[in-house]
Design a protein around this ligand. Structure first.
Ligand SMILES: *[C@@H]1O[C@H](CO)[C@@H](O)[C@H](O)[C@H]1NC(C)=O
Ligand SMILES: *[C@@H]1O[C@H](CO)[C@@H](O)[C@H](O)[C@H]1NC(C)=O
Ligand SMILES: *[C@@H]1O[C@H](CO)[C@@H](O)[C@H](O)[C@H]1NC(C)=O
Length: 488
């Protein structure tokens, strides 16, 4: 027995030691693995750049319980309000981890998928809001959560894609940080696939503050309407702009016009620029198709584009296309290699025709050639005296017509106009043609017979219009919802 006991005693001992060793090894392995993951997790959460230094495999997107909870509540509301059903085929746009997709599935909307640049199957497949990998008319419900459309580089393309993949009568729901009336109207204009259903503010998660939820429904005859709209054009046929309440509201927030003619205009008007309330500082300019700056009478690149528009105009991180309109050849070289700036080498005028510069005489009687270049009032060639030198001849173009063919109401258009008195021809023409409706904000220098600095009690002989006529121009612009500022 003892012998047996001995032999059987050693064997289990040997087995036990081996087992213990294996067990310990496993324990250490697990402990090390655990420590490693803890380390990676801390590194990940403290700074993502460190984890790339460690060249660990790219971290998977993480679910956020807060986000899932938030989306679950939101979708439950949408179900009870009749915008979402359990059998809705649903799409969530630009969602890295698919928290919103998970929330949909959690409440029983099984047929749901998300898209993001990088796929994370099965919740998220590869695609983008601006490039949705689906056939037209695919979804009953499309959702764009926080920081999707707001951060999109091409919101207009995003809107087109939603209009394409949504089924007729389907619903699109957006969350956005843009909560003012101005951006709301731009949004409605941008998503012309759809009719507006409702808008409300909801509290975001994790200290995000309030976001706006907008619900839209795709028109069943969207494509047909689109064709009709294109053939008719956007500005109404009688060329009268509707002046919506939100535009009036923005104009009300503007700095007041200077009603009294200034005795020292060279001081008063220059100081006024400090008081200017820029449109993007009183309104949210999100959701426009394009952002366009038109400099009429641009002169040198540095004179207003570089020194003022690029430096001082608040752009809310939007990239502006710039058009410089300048008739004087002397400035053209500066524009040759400017990226994002289109030079139109003409004079803004009321029709296409040849014009000439009326070179100003300075009070001393000398031809003010260098400083005065581009400062001359323009006149049609036929009304000029026969002695017009060929060198002063310029090409005028139909500015209002150009504007109508270049921008639309979906675009944000800001303009500076300094055209030496021609504003009294151009602005009325903009009203006549309805092109005025396309301008959101304008910085206008109005040229009148101002009091002169050199000679007290004497008015400038250069211009015949009065300060009162200038005020009429400014007032009529503000009445049409155009935010106009007095420029010097
Ligand atoms: C946005 O997309 C449209 C349509 O593809 C394109 O014409 C436009 O140039 C794009 N805009 C920007 C700013 O990339
Ligand atoms: C513009 O972008 C910067 C950096 O991306 C950001 O910090 C800032 O808040 C943005 N400003 C606006 C008005 O969106
Ligand atoms: C003026 O010229 C432009 C550009 O050449 C052209 O597109 C436009 O049709 C012309 N307008 C008129 C009224 O002739």
């Amino acid at each position: 027995m003892g012998h047996v006991g001995y032999t059987t005693g050693t064997k289990p001992n040997y087995v036990r030691t081996t087992l213990t060793r294996i067990f310990l090894f496993c324990l250490i392995f697990i402990a090390l693995r655990f420590a490693y993951f803890c380390f990676i997790a801390t590194v990940d959460s403290s700074s993502s750049s460190i984890s790339t230094v460690h060249s660990s495999p790219p971290s998977k997107p993480k679910h956020s319980d807060q986000a899932i909870k938030f989306y679950t509540t939101l979708f439950k509301d949408l179900i009870s309000d009749g915008y979402l059903w359990r059998n809705s085929k649903s799409l969530c746009l630009d969602t890295p981890a698919g928290d919103d997709v998970l929330a949909l599935k959690n409440i029983g909307v099984w047929n749901s998928v998300g898209v993001f640049k990088k796929s994370w199957k099965p919740l998220v497949i590869s695609g983008q809001g601006v490039n949705q990998p689906f056939k037209s008319d695919s979804f009953d419900f499309i959702f764009a959560g926080i920081n999707t459309l707001d951060l999109s580089k091409n919101q207009s393309l995003f809107a087109n894609e939603v209009g394409r993949t949504l089924k007729p009568e389907g619903y699109f729901v957006l969350l956005t940080f843009s909560i003012d009336t101005y951006s709301f109207n731009s949004f409605i204009e941008l998503f012309d696939c759809c009719t507006f259903m409702r808008s409300r503010q909801v509290r975001g998660f994790g200290g995000l503050g309030y976001v706006r939820e907008i619900v839209m429904k795709k028109e069943s005859d969207f494509e047909r309407r689109e064709l009709i709209r294109e053939s008719v054009g956007r500005v109404s046929e009688d060329n009268v702009c509707a002046v919506p309440g939100y535009k009036k509201e923005t104009v009300r927030k503007a700095e007041p016009l200077i009603m009294e003619e200034p005795l020292k205009p060279w001081i008063t008007l220059k100081k006024n620029i400090m008081k200017v309330k820029y449109l993007p500082s009183v309104a949210d300019i999100n959701f426009k198709r394009r952002y366009v700056y038109v400099d009429v009478g641009a002169r040198s690149y540095g004179s207003s584009i570089a020194s003022w528009f690029k430096k001082q105009y608040p752009k809310q991180n939007k990239t502006f296309e710039i058009y410089a309109i300048e008739a004087d050849k002397i400035f053209y070289d500066e524009y040759k290699y400017r990226k994002g700036v289109t030079l139109l080498p003409y004079a803004a005028w009321v029709k296409n025709e040849s014009l000439f510069f009326e070179i100003n005489q300075d009070p001393g009687g000398h031809k003010n050639l260098v400083k005065g270049r581009g400062m001359g009032r323009i006149k049609p060639v036929q009304s000029a005296t026969s002695s017009v030198a060929e060198v002063d001849k310029i090409q005028g173009f139909d500015f209002a017509n150009w504007l109508k063919s270049t921008v639309s109401e979906k675009d944000f258009v800001v303009m500076k106009m300094d055209v030496e008195g021609t504003e009294f021809d151009l602005i009325p023409r903009l009203f006549e043609t309805g092109a005025i409706c396309l301008i959101d904000e304008i910085f206008l220098e109005c040229h009148y017979n101002r009091w002169q600095r050199c000679c007290p009690g004497e008015r400038s002989p250069k211009y015949e219009k009065t300060y009162g006529q200038c005020l009429d121009l400014f007032t009529s612009l503000r009445k049409s919802g155009v935010l106009v500022h007095q420029w010097w």
